[in-house]
Design a protein around this ligand. Sequence first.
Ligand code: UGB
Length: 598
Amino acid sequence: QSNLGILSPDQIELAKILLENGQSHLFQQWPQLGVDDKQKLDFFDQIARLNSSYPGGLAAYIKTAKELLADSKLGKNPYDGFSPSVPSGENLTFGTDNFIEMERKGVVEARNAAFVLVAGGLGERLGYNGIKVALPRETTTGTCFLQHYIESILALQEASNKIASDESQRDIPFIIMTSDDTHSRTLELLELNSYFGMKPTQVHLLKQEKVACLDDNDARLALDPHNKYSIQTKPHGHGDVHSLLYSSGLLHKWLDAGLKWVLFFQDTNGLLFNAIPASLGVSATKQYHVNSLAVPRKAKEAIGGITKLTHVDGRSMVINVEYNQLDPLLRASGFPDGDVNCETGFSPFPGNINQLILELGPYKDELQKTGGAIKEFVNPKYKDSTKTAFKSSTRLECMMQDYPKTLPPTARVGFTVMDIWLAYAPVKNNPEDAAKVPKGNPYHSATSGEMAIYRANSLILQKAGVKVEEPVKQVLNGQEVEVWSRITWKPKWGMIFSDIKKKVSGNCEVSQRSTMAIKGRNVFIEDLSLDGALIVDSIDEAEVKLGGLIKNNGWTMESVDYKDTSVPEEIRIRGFRFNKVEQLEKNFTQPGKFSVED
Ligand code: UGB
């Protein structure tokens, strides 16, 4: 009461909200007016932020928290009354006629899409000190994830605009969700690199705010133990992307501009853009309101399963069920063996890789109803079985893939399954944890992420007719991986299989010890036999033919131990570095026709 004098009317309103929602403890240790006044105003600044960044404000946050904490205390299962079954979706196999047709359709649609990258997470499991999008996707060229994503979007934009009429040319919007942990470093990376060739006006950063931590089952907000004027906060999860997009006003703008799709993707899947054109083609063909990209998943593997859930009351939805919940849910619903592989050797429930394609119109309509709020969950760590006290404060969380939970059953929710080698290789685990992954399961480390790029590119070229030599097995940072030829290309060289095939002809072969980096657009591989390292760059106006026998000592791979701090972190987490012994390196800066032969 005595402090009211320093507060503005808005701050008094906020104080009332807190008091009416069981938060009087926050003010218990406040001294009288005149003492710590600046800190008290800082406290209200934080409260105002927490209140305005949550749909429905702090009152709604506290109310939901109380309900979810009560359910958690009772041990209530969120899937009570639901029975799981295998949903229907599209299965695509790389290189088939259907795949090629879906890619063609996807390129047509790309100019009607906006891309949204969720990059607010620090990646604690990876333990890397920088932001994850700044990590090299592969170290042959050193291109970081963010650069690769931007160049892929630009390549799609160009291919899509090429087949559209002049008046409907469009710059694809690119949104990055950041957080306090990643925002300034993401912006700096973009600015230092001139947005990697994208127009700065095409890029929007939306920063997510953290949410208040909770001390007990009454959802009392947790004060910072070292500062009684500050509330502890933690990340709310990638589900925030929906409310941020909604409040940014971008959805209306995009609809007015004629856009039709919003594609969501995560920070370190270096293979994702191999899958984007075809799955966008599937969305357009099947008119999916929601299309989740998925890969075959081994039963009990630690990725969520896409599942159809049907409630006893008739409701049904197609949704990601996290792997630790799928097995018990199946066991409780008449499948005594739980989540097991079927005759294909995989679980019948496809693995969610958390890349979503939403149709913009129905998405905007839905968010207008919900304000972008996503069904949340809480995961308190209790002190003991009475479940009355927490080991440390907790908070509500939400996931972007839970968006379909509020949709009516009439919504067209499907998925597209693609080969793992083509579509999914995230970098999530540190070397120590990756080395402990049971044999046969994916490491999801910087080592496996980079090797997956070379494998995918080698397999794609094999399918295009190049004899790429089989890989060798090698142990790097304690992980056994297949090492294929180190083949990379820029997205503008080939985004879809039919374009790549046009760039390859004759009898071509690449040995396992080879490195090939194609950085130019109009580079053609014709009767090439490569045994060594070849790096080619060119301006768009130059047409370059790579052919004949090219042989040199090439680049060798040297093992590096992840504990060796004399090596930069982004290298040592891979367990190897290149020793660039010898290469043929060409850069064509003049227009014309050229050929590269040894
Ligand atoms: N992220 C944010 O932008 N903000 C946040 O507050 C948190 C994260 P993780 P997670 O690919 O195999 C997801 O930590 O959440 C961004 C799916 O839920 O890499 O453990 C962050 O920057 C799971 O179903 O993954 O698991 C990153 O880009 C499964 O599909 C993204 O959100 C799993 O990914 C994901 O964060 C997977």
